[in-house]
Design a protein around this ligand. Structure first.
Ligand code: FAD
Length: 471
């Protein structure tokens, strides 16, 4: 792609945050010919082993894959990812039952967060237009003058840039500066539930202790546990529960009896000692949902990824949505660069990106909240399974116009706000389908029973009498 190249004395662009979204955004800009400085507050995660991420593996789906494909990283990313074709539900009695994600056999992918970030940083480093600046923590920004102040090991450093991309996560410093600068609406909500990561080793034969090509779920109404496979035959488990339940588990005995009561089939697979060690060693993380509007400040700054829209992780869409931001921004840039190159294009692209994208940020926040209830509770219900089967039938019959909600989110690039609208329309259709099928079923059963009663009450002589009468 072309049309970028910084003007105005070749001032570089700044991408703040070298996480999954920032490193990808730097690649997109570099491809268009812009010179980019990528600032990351931590040291280089490819060299240090002190890195502690917020979760070990993530579910990568279509939106993220599309964004990676455009910069030539999809194939390598998938080479270390594991396909998950559906959910595997673990009942209290240890029974497992699978639910396919898609009637067409499509998969989402369990991918190592650290490896994916390393891949993106390697690609960024290999690009001549990108300079990586680790241990550069943004302290403040004068957005009018486009001057950013960083703290690095030598002290404080001021850098002049042509445009700033805020990819510095949920607690974004760039966003904080934007909020002080102009009318940026902002809201955040912590949910009552936290999460804790646990680990399931391979079984005694060195194989996966559970079928690997599924996202495993232990739905328990008020809380749930999930497990995603890793390439080394292990699983990373995440326990989501209200903080008050976490707080109630104080001793080894509390923990083991809690697991015995709610997740009995997992104890042997995790190992009692390992469970105790991980549970009391690993921190309990909190989950926040952040919305803001707009995502940009004219001719100077734009927000992408969690900095613009952090969501609770129950749809597995935070990273996917953030990566799609990069793709959407690039599409906006493509539209404006047709009329020439330069920094002013970035301002126009940022404006149209913000206008297109903020509704989607809000929509995926709502969908993610909704999916927590679906995962921890609905997946167990008969009505849910009936609706899911009807969804699949309608999808089979009307492939173009009816796409189940999960498929729209995970396997298409239909804008999230459009997904909600379509899903509401489809719900009405499914309800009608269920109503009509119910009426036909009840009518059919009623008719059948009436016929049976009639037949059983008529003796042979009555049949002969009836036959004679009729003829
Ligand atoms: P971050 O990953 O937070 O990266 C921001 C970067 O900016 C970091 O490297 C940070 O060090 C740096 N930074 C911060 N402040 C500064 C500063 N002042 N100066 C310089 N650098 C700075 N998403 C999915 O799509 N699928 C999943 O399955 C999934 N599972 C999840 C499970 C859990 C438990 C959680 C908590 C989240 C999950 N997510 C998932 C969401 C996903 O982790 C995030 O959406 C994604 O990491 C956002 O990427 P980002 O680059 O925008 O932000």
């Amino acid at each position: 792609a072309t049309g970028g190249e910084n003007k105005d004395g070749d001032i570089p662009l700044a991408v703040v945050g070298g996480g999954l979204v920032g490193s990808l955004q730097a690649l997109y800009l570099a491809r268009r010919g812009y010179k980019v400085l990528l600032f990351e507050s931590r040291d280089d995660i490819r060299k240090s082993d002190s890195w502690v991420g917020r979760s070990i593996n993530l579910a990568l789906s279509f939106r993220g894959r599309e964004a990676l494909r455009a910069v030539g990283c999809e194939e390598e990313a998938l080479s270390f990812a594991i396909p998950m074709y559906g959910r595997m539900i673990h009942s209290l009695n240890g029974k497992m039952s699978s639910q396919a994600y898609s009637a067409e056999g499509k998969a989402i992918y369990s991918i190592d967060r650290l490896k994916l970030n390393q891949l993106l940083l390697n690609s960024a480093e290999a690009h001549p237009n990108i300079t990586l600046c680790f241990e550069h923590k943004l302290l403040r920004a004068d957005l009018g003058k486009q001057s950013l102040t960083f703290k690095n090991p030598e002290g404080e450093k001021e850098v002049s840039v042509g445009f700033t991309f805020g990819c510095d996560g949920a607690f974004s410093t760039v966003r904080r500066q934007l909020m002080r600068w102009d009318r940026l609406n902002y809201s955040q909500e912590y949910i009552q539930h936290g999460y804790k990561e646990l680990h399931m080793p391979p079984d005694s034969q060195g194989e996966y202790a559970m079928p690997p090509n599924y996202l495993h779920i232990w739905p328990r109404q008020e809380f749930m546990m999930i497990a995603l496979p890793n390439p080394d035959q292990t699983f990373t488990l995440t326990l989501f529960m209200p903080f008050k339940v976490f707080d109630s588990i104080e001793t080894e005995e509390d923990l083991l009896s809690f697991f015995m009561k709610h997740f009995p089939d997992s104890i042997e697979k995790i190992g009692g000692d390992r469970l105790v060690e991980d549970y009391f060693k690993n921190p309990t993380g909190s989950l926040v949902s952040i919305k803001c509007y707009p995502y940009y400040l004219n001719c100077s700054t734009v927000l992408l990824g969690d900095a613009a829209h952090a969501v609770v992780p129950f749809y597995g869409q935070g990273m996917n949505a953030g990566m799609e931001d990069c793709l959407v921004f690039d599409e906006c840039l493509e539209n404006v660069t047709k009329s020439g190159g330069g920094l002013e294009n970035l301002g126009s692209a940022a404006k149209s990106y913000s206008e297109m994208r903020w509704r989607d940020g809000h929509a995926i926040a709502e969908l993610s909240m909704y999916n927590y209830i679906e995962m921890r509770s609905h997946v167990n219900s008969r009505l849910y399974l009936i609706r899911k089967s009807i969804d699949d039938i309608l999808f089979f019959l009307f492939r173009r116009s009816f796409i189940p909600l999960y498929s729209m989110v995970a396997f298409t690039r239909i804008p999230y706000h459009e997904v909600i609208k379509r899903s509401n329309r489809q719900k009405v259709l499914v309800n009608r389908f269920m109503y009509v099928s119910g009426v036909i079923l009840i009518g059919g059963i009623g008719g059948f029973l009436a016929l049976r009663i009639l037949i059983s009450h008529l003796s042979l002589s009555s049949y002969i009498y009836l036959f004679r009468k009729l003829s």
